[in-house]
Structure formats: structure tokens, C-alpha cells
Design a protein around this ligand. Sequence first.
Ligand SMILES: [Cu+2]
Length: 171
Amino acid sequence: MVFPPFVEGVFPDAGAAAALKDGYLIDCWWQESEVVAVKWLATVGVLVALVGAMVFRDAAAAYRTVPSPQKFTIRVLAGRGEEALPANIAVEPGVPVELTFVNSTREFHTFTVPGLRFSAVILPGRPSAPRVVHVTFTPRAYGVFRWYCVFCKEVHHDGPMGGMVYAIIQA
Ligand SMILES: [Cu+2]
């Protein structure tokens, strides 16, 4: 029988202290081996919790509805009013968006989103040799934002090349 050290304040009254000495309350104290076992269990528990948190975090990342970065390919087609397909994209704010424009027209275009303070030039290509242009931006706000080509809108093209950026997806 290993007596634990008497802890000041645990048995403040003399009666309880006497009872402890007499052995009445011995069962209330844990053996040293039990204390070691409890500490070991607590350590294992903390480790399991930490590993669980890491696994859960990875699993949550794997099951995100939106890959990171968010990638879209938008084709700019000639002869149909400078149409961009797909015209609309849904994205998660705060996560980089990588757009790959495949421009089959012989015209300059832009991907301009005033609401997100972003604009990029799309260089001209040819129907037989489309130009591939990579555009990267990160939406910094939730909302629905119109994008358009400033050239199509203001200058020379036929169609209303543009669409919507739905910055609405929640991770
Ligand atoms: Cu254009």
C-alpha cells in the first residue's frame, strides 16, 4: 500500500485527516500504478484526439466541393457573336481562380470584372490555331459579379461577350 502524500487543503478538517490516517478513506485515493495508468490513458486520449483532428481536416479538404485552385476553361468562339463558353462560373471567394481562355477569334478580348476590380487581356488567336491564355485572380468578396469584354462592349465586336461570376460557394 502506497500512501499518497497528504495534500494540504484536500482534507481541511481534522476529522477527515484522522479518518485518512485510520484508513477509512484510503480507498478514495488512487494507487500510484493507477495514477500512472490514468496519465497514460490521458496521453493516449490526447494523441488520438490530435490524430483524429488531422485526419478529419484532411478528409474535409478531400471532400471540399471546390478544388483549390479553381480551374475553368472558357472557349471564345468566332462567328457566333464572339461567344464565350461557358459564360458563367461559380467560385469560392478567397480561393485562386485559374481561367484558361482558348481564343479562336482574331480579336483582342478582355475578362473584366468591375465588381472584383479585375481585368485581363486575352490575346487574339486564329480559328485554325486558337490562342491559349491563362488568367489567374482571387475573388475577394461574396456576391454575383458581371464580367464582360470591354472591347466587345465598347468597340468593335458583335456579341455581348460576357457572363456572370457567382462568388457564392461556401467551403
Ligand atoms: Cu471581346
